[in-house]
Design a protein around this ligand. Structure first.
Ligand code: FAE
Length: 547
């Protein structure tokens, strides 16, 4: 087992982040258009890590999808932007030459400030698989609330660092249930195409899919789905599919084919660092301060806001506290991060103008996991690509869309594994717990029952047709359903309720929400394309009318 003394140089030590950030972002500081700003303000925005006392035209909290869209489009419109990110830069390899570890060997880089891993699928053959790790600002946060564990990415790129890259546009007939106040025609004609193009979305080559050993598990999933009469669909992804073919051919380092998922991906996945954030960087107008966590945003007079920021070391300790001012602040800390900040700031009277919708409308995108035990003549393969590429669509009839997910353990498991997205109607609320000084979430584990029932519309039928049973050894001892978690937190500052129809927060001009917090709990499919497209729509309007 590792201990902290054996870590060697950290993959992204705060001081090296600062140097790299400064080098990477310093170009082009001269020509920026500043909102009510001055030349020193431009320098502050462009030079990265943010200095105590600095003033910036626009401060973006978080570097996930919403934040990256806001930063790129504002910068292209001539506005200097400073992004503040609580996680690491993830731009420097560790002693093993890799930036991220893989799912088979989680090390200090895997989890955000934990001393033991908390794997989503935490048992195998009925035995717990979690292991001790040194406490470190790792890339995956398993944030525990009373009734649910919410998995989130931590670092420059947010969830794009850890996710499966499944890039799904909801069916148009379902869109009204996702974002009822948004013009669907605009989204499908303009903003979804723009998001998909900028994210670099593509689909597996169907011929290669048929031949490669690494998608045997998905072909087994297809066979079982189709024999039970369910539509089986390929799911687009931001992974570089040509790179994956080269991985199989042995001409490039293996990445998806070496279980690089969940704790980061070292090569083939087009995370935001390679797409939106790379383009934002190239404008010369965007600076990022990694290992900086926003704790407060307060009115500071003259229409400005004072933003309190804690600088963190890789142990999680606060090494400095800074106060900066900004003309405008975009909350892009993710559904949970944004909701927690807003709920605290409203309850403690710091942002008294926020309305009573703040913290409400939170959902888990209906996530629930399960495995099926296949017959011995139906192996799913010891070799499995960590990037899912297909799913079973029973949304209309049963309220469930199931990803055929990998179990890249490196050994034959005879298991088919699924992450279902379901039409779970339950919505929770974030509230301020003054006694404990934290934000609570009202979700209860029992609220997953509708998701289980909807997932069963697929898997009960498949099991009955195939003569198979559910796996009971993946989430505990004799436990079928992974009903304790979500990968897809959504809502908490819902569009048209806590904000206007473009993300402007009620009561405080110059404050915006631009991330998954805007979406009321469910997207019918994997959410990041919708988060990105909605951010594209909103920032276009904000640039046109507010700046
Ligand atoms: P997000 O990407 O979470 O970014 C928020 C950022 O803000 C993070 O980098 C935080 O560290 C940072 N932050 C939070 N609080 C603060 C603070 N106070 N100060 C400074 N920084 C802060 O938000 N979705 C899909 O569509 N397809 C998939 O295949 C998929 N797979 C997933 C697999 C896993 C394991 C996980 C965890 C998620 C997956 N998701 C997937 C969900 C997707 O990554 C998620 O919906 C988006 O990342 C959310 O985007 P946001 O911009 O809302």
């Amino acid at each position: 087992m590792n201990d902290t003394s054996s870590l060697g140089p950290s993959p992204s030590h705060p001081s090296s982040d600062l140097r790299l950030t400064r080098r990477g972002f310093i170009a082009g500081t001269g020509a920026a258009v500043v909102l009510g700003g001055t030349a020193p303000a431009r320098a502050a925005a462009a030079a990265g890590p943010i200095a105590d006392g600095a003033h910036v035209p626009v401060l973006v909290i978080g570097t996930g999808y919403g934040g990256a869209v806001a930063a790129l489009r504002l910068a292209q419109a001539g506005v200097d932007v400073h992004m503040v990110e609580m996680g690491m830069a993830w731009d420097t390899p560790g002693t093993d030459g890799k930036i991220f570890c893989n799912t088979r060997e989680p090390d200090y880089r895997s989890y955000w400030l934990r001393t033991r891993t908390k794997a989503p699928l935490n048992y195998f053959l009925g035995f717990p698989i979690d292991r001790d790790i040194p406490r470190y600002t790792g890339v995956l946060d398993a944030e525990e609330f009373a009734g649910i564990t919410v998995y989130q990415g931590r670092g420059v790129g947010g969830g794009s660092l850890v996710n499966g890259g499944m890039a799904v546009t909801p069916k148009r007939e379902n869109f009204a249930s996702v974002l009822p106040t948004v013009n669907a025609a605009e989204m499908y004609d303009v903003y979804y195409p723009r998001a998909n193009a900028t994210l670099g979305v593509g689909t597996v080559d169907p011929a290669w899919f048929e031949s490669t050993a690494y998608y045997q598990y998905a072909r087994v999933g297809r066979k079982h789905a189709q024999r039970s009469g369910f539509p089986f669909v390929f799911v687009p992804d931001v992974y570089d599919w040509d790179y994956m073919k080269q991985e199989e051919a042995g001409t490039v380092p293996k990445s998806a084919l070496a279980a690089e998922i969940l704790y980061g991906n070292n090569a083939g996945k087009k995370s935001l660092q390679k797409t939106y954030l790379a383009q934002a960087k190239a404008t010369g107008r965007v600076a990022i301060s990694p290992l900086h966590r926003v704790t407060s945003v307060a009115p500071a007079g003259s229409g400005r806001y004072a933003v309190t920021i804690e600088q963190l070391g890789t142990s999680g300790a606060v090494t400095a506290t800074k106060t900066v001012t900004a003309d405008r602040v975009f909350f892009a800390a993710g559904s949970v991060g944004t909701s927690k900040l807003l709920v605290k700031l409203k309850a403690t009277g710091v942002l008294p103008g926020l309305n009573g919708e703040v913290g409400k409308g939170w959902g888990d995108n209906g996530n629930v996991m399960c495995g099926r035990a296949n017959h011995l003549w139906d192996p799913t393969g010891a070799q499995q690509s960590a990037i899912p590429c297909a799913g079973i669509d029973n949304w209309t009839a049963g309220g469930a869309f199931a990803e055929v997910a990998p179990l890249p353990t490196g050994i034959e498991t005879f298991a088919s594994f699924y992450l279902s997205i379901t039409r779970n109607p339950n919505r929770a609320e974030f509230t301020w717990n003054a006694a404990a000084g934290r934000v609570d979430l009202s979700w209860q584990t029992a609220w997953k029952q509708p998701s289980i029932d909807m997932a069963k519309t697929i898997f009960d039928r498949i099991n009955s047709k195939e003569g198979t049973i559910y796996r009971t050894d993946l989430f505990g001892v004799y436990k079928i359903w992974g009903d304790h978690l979500t990968y897809h937190p959504l809502g908490g500052a819902v569009l048209g309720r806590a904000t206007d129809n473009y993300g402007r927060l009620a009561g405080h001009p110059g404050l915006y929400v631009i991330d998954g917090a805007l979406i009321p709990g469910n997207t019918t499919v994997n959410p990041f394309v919708t988060i990105t497209a909605l951010a594209e729509r909103n920032i276009e309007r904000i640039i046109a009318t507010d700046l």
